[in-house]
Write a protein that binds this ligand. Structure first.
Ligand SMILES: [Zn+2]
Length: 339
């Protein structure tokens, strides 16, 4: 069986096309409706159960190889360099080299930072592996509090608990512990939750959290800051709305919605006909969190917010499946060349 895989893969790799008939021959053999790789899929039912997974993976690899090669062959035929003898013609233009581009998540993160730097925020970072204090306890998740159940966490060690951070709020705690107010900081970074991977969720994703602590920080500061952000990130016409919510580390807390960028409030399937889409959560920093970090909550107050960078990127560019961000499919990434 291994020989068969090897010989098909060799055949694909060494396939050359000079004419569109050659290309059609390739298509019929490897891509068309009744192709050689499809035959392998059909053999799957004869494979013993414990080998099915490896077998399936190998067939899929072949399928991808065949499809990528097909694209290459089409391009080489179109650009006219399929005829090997033509390489001898030194007057021909050089082969095109393609450049990479900024990943859409990076572009969104950079835009985030740009918007908030202009209103006085800096950027802070912290470890992805966190202790219980920074990820939970200091953020007002007491021992055995049901709120801890809200987050399915990848623990590395129990007693003392060490986990992959479930949010970048842990970075805010580090900043609050080490700096004096006024504090205005953004914490972008990778976070980890034990979630099934789907078009809308992933076990690894990126968050952007913001924190502002000073004297007399009010809820209206929070609203205006996020309104400013929404207009800068999306469009000048964007509206925001807050819905009451609960987080252990903020009080009061709210979910943040923006007006739907597709239908502008009229109602469409993206916003489930409500005219609004959720972009994150926010609230006034709970006084307990400030006290946990030795900041006098009778003098200082603050607000915090958190958003998923994937979610914002999906809304910005109309991406419908967040798995695309990590699949490294060049056909997807090429669409962001202009970034
Ligand atoms: Zn809509």
């Amino acid at each position: 069986m291994a020989d068969q895989f090897k010989s098909i893969s060799d055949e694909i790799s060494s396939f050359k096309v000079a004419t569109s008939d050659d290309l059609e021959a390739y298509r019929l053999r490897f891509i068309g409706r009744k192709n050689i790789i499809g035959d392998l899929f059909a053999q799957m039912r004869n494979v013993p159960n414990d080998e099915k997974k490896t077998f399936g993976q190998k067939v899929n690899e072949l399928k991808n190889l065949a499809q990528n090669k097909f694209q290459e062959l089409i391009e080489s035929l179109n650009s006219g360099d399929s005829n090997e003898e033509s390489y001898d013609d030194l007057t021909l233009p050089a082969a095109k080299s393609s450049f990479g581009s900024i990943h859409p998540l990076t572009a969104t993160r950079q835009r985030f930072i740009q918007i908030f730097e202009r209103i006085g925020f800096n950027v802070s970072s912290g470890p992805e592996i966190e202790d219980d204090w920074h990820n939970f306890t200091a953020l007002n998740f007491p021992e055995n509090h049901p709120a801890r159940e809200m987050q399915d966490t990848f623990f590395i060690e129990k007693n003392p608990d060490i986990a992959l951070r479930t949010h970048t709020s842990s970075v805010q705690i580090r900043v609050l512990e080490n700096e004096e107010p006024p504090i205005r900081t953004l914490s972008p970074g990778r976070v980890f939750r034990n979630e099934a991977i789907s078009a809308r969720a992933h076990c690894v994703f990126h968050q952007m959290e913001g924190l502002y602590v000073d004297k007399d920080v009010s809820f209206s500061d929070l609203k205006q800051t996020l309104f400013h952000f929404a207009k800068e990130m999306f469009s000048k016409k964007t509206q925001i709305r807050f819905r009451p919510s609960y987080f252990p580390f903020t009080e009061p807390s709210a979910e943040i919605d923006i007006s739907c960028q597709i239908c502008h409030g009229e109602g469409c399937n993206i916003c489930k006909y409500t005219g609004w889409v959720e972009i994150g959560g926010a609230g006034m920093v709970d006084p307990n969190v400030l006290e946990n970090c030795n900041i006098d909550s009778s003098v200082y107050s603050g607000f915090a917010f958190g958003m998923g960078i994937e979610r914002i990127t999906m809304l910005r560019y109309g991406v419908k499946d967040l798995r695309l961000f990590t699949e490294n499919d060049v056909r997807f990434l090429k669409q962001f060349n202009s970034l």
